[in-house]
Write a protein that binds this ligand. Structure first.
Ligand SMILES: Nc1nc2c(ncn2[C@@H]2O[C@H](COP(=O)(O)OP(=O)(O)OP(=O)(O)O)[C@@H](O)[C@H]2O)c(=O)[nH]1
Ligand SMILES: [Mg+2]
Length: 382
């Protein structure tokens, strides 16, 4: 076990989640005006998905981060049509979005061998170009890793996400009593006694306005897209970022998190979600937990307390709600079991197509939002 934890720590300790690269298509070959010969087209630059690749390996292998395709061959008497320049392939991990310099998405790599053209080779010289070759396209591109994990931790800062990760796995994330301790995603693995492993991504805390890039914003919401399940983590005593901002109760933080996910991407709400209510060791936590359960069971009765713009279209349907304490260990075993159960139950429902369909079902259903709310401690959609 000790070996295992070191390995995991090494493997995930030095995490690269985005890379900026230079890509240039090859120049076209010269045409042959006298004989009407056409120069070869310059080679193209592609980003190609490989399951075994990581962004860190890519960076280490190509420290100069320049990718240039070959030039097209000139037209010659012996080969009037010049051959195409050699393509250049950038090996990248699966689960990447490729963006241009302005952040516009060029494409996504979702499975092994997916490929995206990022810089096109120039045309060879021909009649149209007065037999002069064109230069290849030059482009700065960004490879952005959307973290792939079974479970993503979603919560306001300080809720105890990292503390929980360190409790359920061998990961050793930074933990501190100030907001935004976690600055980049951390992965840990829950090991079960039958050797099944479930990966958990600890993500930086979200705050109101995250969808508009407040706090850590978008940068981290995007990681949630790829996790199969969500584990909401809330502090039973609520949250206050500073004396200048509102105090939010645990219930309010859940509603606000739901709204942020919805504003970022509605499909996120169709992921199976669990709720860990943390810091149950604090004085008065039991009573607050009862209040919270009451609010979650009848969210409609409490939503009028929110500003209109903060009310989500539909409240989260939690598969399980587990009171825990990362400090005393209370509820941790149950949390692990619930995570396992939920993942097993949804084993083959994690794909995007499934989620889109489910979203459509939700949208076409005439049920009022409260019907989707949790209805018991181990609540399910009615
Ligand atoms: N009393 C009590 N304190 C806790 C518990 N879990 C975490 N804490 C404390 O809460 C504070 C925040 O914990 P973190 O694990 O860093 O919280 P986080 O959600 O990862 O915070 P960010 O990374 O800033 O988003 C730390 O001071 C922890 O010691 C708990 O169960 N009970
Ligand atoms: Mg943290």
């Amino acid at each position: 076990m000790v070996h295992c934890s070191c390995l995991l720590f090494r493997k995930f300790g030095n995490f690269v989640d985005n890379l900026r690269l230079f890509a240039k298509g090859g120049s076209g070959g010269m045409g042959y005006p006298r004989l009407g010969g056409e120069g070869g087209k310059g080679g193209d630059v592609w980003v190609v998905a490989h399951t075994k690749m990581t962004l860190k390996q890519l960076r280490d292998k190509y420290p100069q981060k320049r990718f240039v395709a070959g030039a097209g061959a000139n037209s010659r008497v012996s080969a009037l049509k010049g051959s195409k320049g050699k393509d250049c392939e950038i090996p990248a991990p699966v689960g990447i979005s490729v963006k241009d310099e302005n952040g516009k998405i060029i494409g996504e790599l979702n499975k092994e061998e997916d490929r995206i053209l990022v810089a096109e080779g120039g045309l060879g010289g021909k009649l149209l170009t007065n037999f002069l070759p064109l230069k290849g396209q030059k482009r700065i591109i960004h490879l952005d890793l959307k973290l792939t994990a079974d479970v993503g931790l979603v919560g306001f800062p300080n809720a105890g996400k990292s503390s929980l990760l360190s409790r359920v796995s061998h990961a050793k994330p930074a933990i501190a009593d100030y907001a935004f301790t976690t600055l980049k995603p951390q992965l840990g693995k829950i090991m079960y006694s039958d050797y099944k492993q479930i990966s958990v991504a600890d993500l930086p805390g979200l705050i109101e306005g995250a969808h508009m890039n407040k706090g850590m914003g978008h940068k981290f919401l995007k990681h949630i897209e790829r996790t199969r399940h969500l584990l909401f983590v809330v502090d039973i005593s609520g949250f206050q970022l500073s004396s200048q901002t509102h105090y939010r109760t645990a219930f309010e933080t859940i509603i606000l998190l739901t709204k942020e996910l919805e504003l970022y991407k509605e499909e996120l709400q169709t992921k199976p979600a669990l709720l860990a209510v943390n810091k149950m060791d604090l004085p008065g936590a039991r009573d607050k937990f009862q209040d919270l359960m009451n609010q979650l069971q009848n969210p409609k009765d409490f939503l009028h307390l929110f500003e209109r713009s903060m009310i989500p279209e539909r409240t989260m349907a939690f598969q399980h709600i587990i009171p825990v304490s990362a400090v005393t260990g209370e509820g941790i075993e149950e949390l692990k079991n619930c995570i396992r159960k939920s993942l097993d139950e949804h084993a083959d429902q994690g794909n995007d197509a499934y989620r889109k369909k489910q979203l459509l079902n939700l949208q076409t259903s005439s049920e009022p939002p409260s019907k989707h709310a949790v209805n018991s401690r181990r609540g399910r959609i009615e």
